[in-house]
Design a protein around this ligand. Sequence first.
Ligand code: FES
Length: 99
Amino acid sequence: MSYQVHFFICTNGVTNPEKCGSKDAEEIHAQLKKKCSPLFDKKQLRINKSGCLGHCEKGVVAVIYPHNQWFFNLKLSDIDFLFSNIEQAINEPPFAGQT
Ligand code: FES
């Protein structure tokens, strides 16, 4: 199944203070999913946890595909910000260079 927007958030490294998993990544994932699930159907959006996305020093890290839109240093207070970006991504298909 393909999705219009696929959001990945790194939850790697729960016990390592230098990794996203130790910095509220699981809770950001849970709250964002709770906020988005009633508003978007399964073809529009999929929100997944991911392993390391290769930018640990900037964690918590997330990315929207196919837009290739990255987010760094995420906090629980960024849920509304992330929601707005996801909503915008769903409403605006990526341009050719982003796919
Ligand atoms: S642990 Fe999250 S980007 Fe590496």
